[in-house]
Design a binder for this molecule. Structure first.
Ligand code: ZN
Length: 241
């Protein structure tokens, strides 16, 4: 099985733009007691997680993810969110939850990326892909106001996290991700090489667990997208060892 990085395809000619933010999110942290790093991670997105049943005070704390809190405060918020999130989710500083809220303009392809770590599908594209056997596509509606009369019916994908880098592409003196906050302490390997043994067989689209801003598609998904003539993204083959 081959694997591909999913990238925005600007040549496809769509002009779509989401000026929107997730409804809830963990704040960043001021300083991690494990590694000293502050802030939060990009790419931990759980758009199908509904936190509307949390008490208002906690919801308010999760509606201002731009701020930073102490690590203990973060741990307290995390335990309130955990029962609402999938068991496999990495609940780390900066993680986002719930639907995107805001406004949107322009035209959207069947597949759309607002940035390299945020992938959206039109509902009919998701159904077409599922119809030909593509697995692992879980999408939830956006709460975004579209300027156009007929909104594109975009769904935000909630992607599982799978996969490691092969040791051959990592610096030999690397330290593992911080066990407390999850932050990775090496640069993106160039070129990245994925560890074949760590790649999933049950899903055709996932976020790389070792680098959460990288979205990976299986050959099965890529072939289905091409066969169905869906556009809006391009695929770059990744090395696997
Ligand atoms: Zn840390």
């Amino acid at each position: 099985m081959r694997f591909y990085q999913v990238e925005e395809d600007r040549a496809a000619g769509y002009t779509g733009d989401l000026r929107a933010v997730p409804r809830w999110g963990f704040p960043g942290i001021t300083a991690c007691p494990g590694c000293g790093a502050g802030g939060g991670q990009a790419g931990l997105q759980y758009p199908c997680v509904d936190l509307s049943s949390l008490p208002e005070l906690e919801r308010k704390e999760l509606e201002d993810p731009g701020r930073q809190v102490g690590f203990e405060d973060f741990l307290r918020l995390r335990e309130r969110v955990r029962p609402h999130a999938p068991g496999w989710a990495r609940l780390e500083p900066g993680a986002d939850f719930g639907p995107l809220t805001g406004t949107a303009s322009g035209t959207f392809g069947p597949l759309f990326m607002q940035n390299p770590w945020s992938l959206y599908l039109r509902r009919e594209a998701l159904e077409q892909l599922q119809g030909v056997g593509v697995r692992g596509l879980t999408g939830c509606p956006l709460a975004v106001r579209f300027r156009e009369k007929s909104p594109p019916g975009l769904l935000a994908l909630q992607l599982e996290l799978h996969g490691r880098f092969h040791p051959d592409c990592l610096p030999p003196d690397r330290t593992p991700p911080c066990p407390k906050c999850g932050s990775v302490r090496h640069a993106m390997p160039e070129p990245p090489i994925l560890d074949a043994a760590s790649l999933p067989e049950h899903t055709d689209l996932f976020r790389l667990d070792a680098w959460t801003t990288l979205i990976v598609a299986s050959q099965r998904l890529v072939e289905a997208v091409q066969r169905l003539a869906l556009d809006g993204v391009s695929f770059r083959e990744l090395r696997v060892r």
